[in-house]
Structure formats: structure tokens, C-alpha cells
Design a protein around this ligand. Structure first.
Ligand SMILES: [Zn+2]
Length: 421
């Protein structure tokens, strides 16, 4: 029989209910049992009680979009003059990399995420052969989405679905699941998306896709012109570029569902937001990647008006600007700070929800992750806060703790200083 242990902090932020000052998190095995008020301290066993001092405990963060295998491309491609030229650059880099390079890069990214308080990641896998073994090498909870690019052959859908089925048989750990990522409307075909939609409907796997990321993609589909149109015209049928928007192409295929995450969605119109909102799908916004490309303003108001859940993601380090003096890191706190800088009207509480309960729901982990509540996985982060603000949400976004304590599945993967031997 497992026994509980108890963690008390200056503030416990369960996210799905109000902050508990001097709250006590009870953990048993890999689950949260409860968050107790400070008044219950007297009746709890002293030998299993840990006071974390001036700190805030929050649920482990959920990174809703990442390419771990591109981590070591940090700083290699300078911010480009056009999105299409960036694609050429990354394609060139990928051609030069060996499977070992991608593997080392993936593991380095996973280490960065864990050390910065991420406990679950929805990762885009460009090298299928790394999956699922690599997920055993990190304590992270991983949703591996198989990336798929197909410019012409609709029959290729069966190759993706076969691999998905084959991997699903290996889903023996509650910490790893598999999903798919048809790359983007410009790099796939409507026929492929329709075939996937039909096959995936009963499965409810996570499906995630880059949509409306660049002005050039919008121009290609809506105006049948621009650098992306010129580049792809010799390689794919351009019949689909007949005035429909990227979101409309995806929506018409029938693939949108509550298990669908549309990544970026920087270029959408009102009808797109309405269709997307009705489907129950979510958006993933990657603030630092957005800044790297200097895209147009992220349409947060349209998303809000149509009740579209918005999650945050890091994207990869290949699309993060960083000062020469500071080593880059995959870090959701940095993404939250960048989001707040651009959207100061969004409350710190809402920003934290974008990396906790909102992505948990989008990824089929509602009540399991992104919350400190009864029955959730014991995934949590302990942040040092030297000068506590009156609002703990504000404090946790404004304080930079270089090395937060991190627990995943009931195990300290980065013990907080109080618990280090
Ligand atoms: Zn991406």
C-alpha cells in the first residue's frame, strides 16, 4: 500500500480552482490526492511532510507544439526575408543531418523542457524511426505526432495510418501516446486530408497541423500568387488554390474535431474562425516563433469571439531569436512572457491556463494533467519567489527561476533545493 507525502508552499495554484495560500499538496504514487488548506497541517504525518518555503507550486506545464528534433538548429537560420526562403533553409539543414543528429537534438530539447517546468509535450516527429524508443529516454509525458508531407499521392494516407496503427499497439505506457501531423495545407492535399478524416474519426487520436502560418500561404491559396505559389506550382496540383483560405481547405476535408490542434493560425478571417470554433478544435500560438518571422498580429480577438481554446507552444529553437550573450532554451515561461508583452490585457491567470488546463483538454488529458486536483497525475513545478506579489499568477510569470523543482508522475525529476540530498 502506497503512503502519501505532503508538500506545503507559500501558494498552491491548482489552476482549476482558486489559489490556496500555504496550501498542502498530497501526493500518493503517481497521482495528486488533494490540495489541503493550511489549517489541516496539524493532523498530517510529520515524517512525510515537506515545507517548500517561499515558493509557488503549479501544475506541470504542457507544451502544445514542439519539434524536439530541431533543437540543435538554434540560431543556425537567421530570421528570413520570406517564409518560403526559410523552408528552403531548413530543408537544406535536414538533408545534411544524420538520424543520430536528430536523436541527439531531440534528447537535448527534452532535457531543456523538463528543466524549465514542462511535464507534457505534443511533439512533431519528422523522423518516425526515433519513435517510440526515444520517448522512454525522457521523463516527459509525450504525445508523438507523426509528421507527414505529401504533395501528390493520396494513396500515401495508408502508409501513415499503417504506421499509426502499428505504433498504437505499443502504447503500453500511460506516459506516451501517438498522434499524427499532416504538415500543412500547402504541403498536403485535400484528398489526403479527407482520407485521414474518414479513418481517424472513430480513433480520436491527436491530429495537429500548421495552418495559416505565413502571409505567403494565404496568398498562395486565396490569390494564386506569391513566392510559395511559384515554388510549389511545379510540384503539386494548384487546383485547390481557387480562393479558399488555408483553414477552409482543412475544414472542408472534415478533419476538424475537438482532438484537432491548428498551429499558428496567424492568417485567418472571420468565416475561418467561425468554422474552427464550431468544430471544437483548438489553436496553438507560439509567441517567440511568431516574433522571429515578424508575422502579422495573432488574431486573439477572433479566437476569443468564437470560443476557440488557445494553447501556447514553443515551436522549435530553429525559429527563436536570442541575444548572442544568452544560450537559447526551449522554455514555456519565456513563451508566456513574450505573449504577455504582446497582449498585456490578458490576465496572468489566463496566460497560465494556456499552458495548463486548456492544452490538457485539447490533448485528451482533461483532469489528468494541467491541474492539481484529485486524481490528476502528480506532475508539478515548484518556483522560487523571493518577493511574493499580491497576485501569485503575476509573481510566477514575472519571476525568473533558473531551475524550478519539477515532479513528473510522482517522481522528482528536478528536486527543489529543500529536498536535494
Ligand atoms: Zn511547428
Amino acid at each position: 500500500m502506497l503512503s502519501s507525502f505532503f508538500l506545503q508552499a507559500q501558494n498552491v495554484v491548482p489552476v482549476t480552482c482558486p489559489v490556496v495560500p500555504r496550501g498542502i499538496v498530497e501526493v500518493r504514487g503517481n497521482r495528486v490526492v488533494a490540495v489541503h488548506p493550511a489549517s489541516e497541517k496539524r493532523r498530517l504525518p510529520r515524517n512525510r511532510f515537506f515545507d517548500l518555503g517561499e515558493s509557488i507550486v503549479i501544475p506541470g506545464l504542457i507544451n502544445a507544439h514542439c519539434h524536439l528534433d530541431y533543437t540543435s538548429m538554434a540560431g543556425v537560420i537567421p530570421p528570413p526575408s520570406s517564409f518560403t526562403s526559410w523552408i528552403h533553409s531548413i530543408q537544406g539543414l535536414k538533408r545534411d543531418w544524420t538520424p543520430q543528429d536528430f536523436r541527439a537534438s531531440w534528447l537535448e530539447g527534452a532535457r531543456m523542457l523538463v528543466e524549465s517546468g514542462v511535464t507534457t509535450v505534443c511533439d512533431i516527429e519528422s523522423v518516425w524511426d526515433l519513435v517510440p524508443d526515444i520517448a522512454q529516454l525522457t521523463p516527459l509525458r509525450v504525445i508523438s505526432c507523426l509528421e507527414f508531407i505529401d504533395l501528390s499521392h493520396s494513396a500515401e494516407a495508408s502508409r501513415l495510418l499503417d504506421k499509426l496503427t502499428q505504433l498504437q499497439r505499443l502504447e503500453t505506457s500511460h506516459k506516451w501516446t501517438v498522434g499524427i501531423s499532416p504538415h500543412a495545407p500547402y504541403s498536403t492535399t485535400p484528398i489526403l486530408l479527407r482520407a485521414l478524416a474518414k479513418a481517424l474519426k472513430p480513433l480520436q487520436n491527436t491530429v495537429t497541423m500548421h495552418i495559416g502560418e505565413s502571409a505567403e500561404e494565404w496568398e498562395m491559396f486565396k490569390l494564386q500568387s506569391g513566392p510559395m505559389h511559384e515554388w510549389l506550382a511545379p510540384q503539386r496540383s494548384m487546383k485547390t488554390c481557387a480562393g479558399k483560405s488555408p483553414v477552409q481547405i482543412v475544414s472542408d476535408s472534415g478533419i476538424l474535431s475537438p482532438s484537432f490542434l491548428g498551429v499558428h493560425m496567424n492568417y485567418i478571417d472571420r468565416a475561418d474562425a467561425e468554422a474552427f470554433g464550431k468544430s471544437g478544435a483548438s489553436i496553438v500560438h507560439c509567441p517567440r516563433s511568431h516574433a522571429y518571422f515578424t508575422h502579422g498580429e495573432f488574431p486573439l480577438d477572433l479566437a476569443r469571439k468564437n470560443n476557440i481554446p488557445v494553447c501556447l507552444g514553443t515551436d522549435s529553437l530553429a525559429t527563436v531569436r536570442f541575444p548572442k550573450t544568452k544560450a537559447p532554451s526551449l522554455c514555456l515561461f519565456a513563451e508566456m512572457r513574450e505573449f504577455t508583452r504582446k497582449n498585456p490585457d490578458v490576465s496572468p491567470r489566463e496566460v497560465l491556463e494556456m499552458t495548463t488546463k486548456t492544452p490538457a483538454r485539447a490533448l485528451g488529458l482533461n483532469g489528468q494533467a494541467g491541474t492539481l486536483s484529485k486524481g490528476a497525475f502528480a506532475d508539478l513545478v515548484v518556483l522560487r519567489v523571493k518577493t511574493p506579489a499580491s497576485d501569485p499568477y503575476e509573481a510566477l510569470l514575472s519571476t525568473e527561476d533558473p531551475r524550478p523543482g519539477v515532479m513528473i508522475d510522482g517522481n522528482w525529476v528536478v528536486p527543489p533545493p529543500e529536498l536535494q540530498p
